[in-house]
Write a protein that binds this ligand. Structure first.
Ligand code: AMP
Length: 599
């Protein structure tokens, strides 16, 4: 095996065993079939053991909650053995892992949490150089990989890591543990040292490790459970990457807390997703219906682009599959949801309304629209979720915008930075005291520091929304995201323009398929607005004046009545294909400006 010839690292440091060949632990201080007495594991133990926890969509291989508990115990035991056998040695240590979107990922993640260690999911899509940075920065004690990524993991080791990790390749779990292991829940102080670490996609600086303690993960999942009411009857179709908060907390930890079923289907392919959503409504199928979908706006856009091309019978079944009575919840987030996307989804789904929410790695989900359709307001991300405290701090005056003070002296809406606190907020940027210090501000009420999100919003009361129909938390003023303070708030003379607002207007034009609005330097005004767009080739070909192709002048004419002159893009660059986005559908605007405008 190639591992045996692996360069300069002593072989004795590596563990390479099948999952079934379990060695007795070297030293064991406590009985091994224990899980920490934490809400997540308490819930796991109480779920119906025969209820499906994880399903692999393509093979329809299914693992029950009974399997899951036992496999977590086994994986925890194995982790302990491989790292030396003493539970205390692993507490609070970073355990990096490379796993495909599967049962194995869920077992690995939960077994690390069950060991009171810090789970560090690595993205298999990242190049070795970036993974090395993450391993070195986090000083990871172990690197666990599923067979699929064994090669990648070996390449990573060959890159020469600062701290030589224990290396463990896990065989794919094809059958859930057959017998259930009696498990006891154990109170332990060590639980406060476990958690998860995710790396933020750095724009100017190197990525930062966001340390989310186990208590914050629990608070995030409990908050979502309360707001979105996951149930054991829910089947969530999981189509997201697993190195990001959205795919992990919203689509694994919370369903596990609730006892819902998670069906993995990755990588995302619109045709396969449509087939799956349609399956229960095609005559010969016995597939369970999908009740819960959470994704990013680009995923919904890609689904809708593929929809008209489906065979008529499949299309109608898919439409039934995403109708409100079947798909009880369809959520969008991680980037702004364009109103035309929301509207188009509603049109093809017999009236299902996408629920938008706002969140980030450092805080999980923070603000969300409500379950009641009247609480899913266009352009708004809703209300602070249960247990999340939010405030807006005026970006001009640095004053807290108190409820009732949303308008300035000229009757204009005041934009403020969203600041957050509460049990869901992360603990620190790993080994980066300066960044941690700068990310929080003291409060004057003694109730703890506020986290500075760097996102700007306005707040207003919206007609019939916020009556409490979706829960006590969903009441009062609603939040409207204006964008990142650093790139989306464009300053023109004394005026501020929200890039997201201009993008929304651009996307409402039939010729525009994609839009990213950026600020460019302007000698006269400080900054000017520029738009990068992708056009619908057919609709744009002759839509300009005198049957010419649609261009910047046509764009300005179309937006004249919708945008104030200073908000109007002064430049428009048309891209062929697509605007570059990361796996979560986000545009890195700093890179985009460099690439498109050479600045
Ligand atoms: P990440 O930590 O990678 O999840 O990125 C978090 C950032 O995504 C936030 O700070 C926002 O800028 C952005 N974001 C998340 N959800 C939304 C949303 N619904 N609308 C607009 N921006 C969002």
């Amino acid at each position: 095996m190639s591992i045996l010839s692996r360069g300069s690292v002593p072989l004795s440091r590596y563990i390479l065993r099948s999952r079934f060949a379990r060695k007795p632990p070297l030293i064991s201080l406590r009985p091994l079939s224990t899980l920490p007495n934490l809400p997540l594991f308490r819930a796991l133990q109480n779920h119906d053991t025969s209820s499906p926890a994880v399903i692999h969509s393509v093979s329809q291989r299914s693992f029950t909650y009974g399997n899951l508990v036992t496999d977590i115990v086994h994986a925890k035991k194995r982790l302990l053995e491989s790292t030396g056998g003493r539970e205390d040695d692993i507490v609070g240590e970073r355990i990096a892992f490379l796993a495909d979107n599967s049962y194995d990922y869920v077992v690995t993640l939960l077994s690390i949490l069950a060991s009171n260690a810090i789970a560090l999911p690595l993205s298999p899509a990242f190049p070795i150089g970036e993974l090395k940075y993450v391993m070195d920065n986090s000083h990871a004690k172990a690197l666990v990989a599923t067979e699929k990524y064994a090669g990648k993991a070996r390449d990573l080791l060959k890159a020469g890591l600062d701290r030589e990790p224990v290396f463990d390749i896990r065989e794919k779990i094809t059958v859930g543990a057959s017998h259930s292991t009696p498990v006891t829940l154990e109170d332990t102080k060590a639980a406060s040292l476990g958690g998860m670490m995710l790396y933020t996609s750095g724009t100017t600086n190197r990525p930062k490790g966001v340390l989310i303690p186990q208590s914050a993960l629990t608070a995030q999942a409990s908050s979502l459970l309360q707001a979105w009411k996951y149930t054991p009857q829910d089947r969530l179709l999981h189509i997201l990457p697993l190195h990001h908060i959205h795919g992990i907390v919203n689509a694994i930890l919370t369903p596990v807390l609730a006892g819902s079923s998670i069906e993995f289907m990755y990588p995302f392919n619109p045709d396969t997703v449509w087939k799956r959503l349609a399956a229960p409504f095609l005559s010969s199928s016995t597939a369970s219906k999908v009740t819960f979908l959470t994704a990013v706006p680009t995923v919904y856009n890609r689904l809708m682009t593929a929809f008209p091309r489906l065979e008529p019978e499949l299309r109608e079944a898919a439409r039934t599959g995403i109708s409100p009575e079947n798909l009880r919840l369809n959520i969008s987030g991680s980037a702004a949801l364009p109103t035309p996307t929301k509207k188009a989804w509603q049109d093809i789904s017999n009236g299902n309304v996408l629920l938008e929410r706002f969140g980030m790695t450092e805080v999980g989900m923070a603000i969300s629209c409500g379950l009641d359709f009247s609480d899913r307001v266009d352009g708004s991300v809703g209300w602070p979720l249960p247990s999340v405290e939010a405030r807006l701090v005026d970006t001009e005056t640095n004053e807290v915008i108190k409820p009732g003070e949303e308008l300035d002296a000229n009757g204009r809406e005041r934009a403020g930075e969203i600041q957050l606190r509460g049990p869901t907020i992360f603990q620190e940027y790993w080994a980066n005291e300066k960044a941690t210090r700068e990310a929080f501000v003291d409060s004057d009420d003694g109730k703890g520091k506020w986290f500075l999100t760097g996102d700007v919003a306005t707040r207003r009361k919206v007609g019939s929304a916020g009556q409490g129909t979706s829960g006590d938390w969903a009441q009062g003023l609603m939040y409207f995201i204006q964008g990142r303070r650093s790139v989306d708030i464009i300053k023109i003379g004394g005026e501020k323009v929200s890039a997201l607002e201009v993008e929304r207007e651009l996307l409402s034009l039939p010729q525009v398929v994609e839009a990213a609005v950026v600020g460019l330097p302007s000698e006269q005004w400080g900054q000017k607005v520029a738009a990068v767009v992708v056009l619908d080739q057919d609709k744009a070909a002759t839509a300009g004046r005198n049957g010419k192709s649609w261009g910047p002048m046509d764009m300005r004419r179309a937006l004249k009545d919708r945008l104030a002159t200073y908000k109007m893009p002064q430049e428009m660059k048309v891209l062929d294909g697509a605007i570059p986005r990361n796996a979560m559908g986000k545009v890195n605007k700093k890179t985009l400006v460099k690439e498109v405008f050479g600045i």
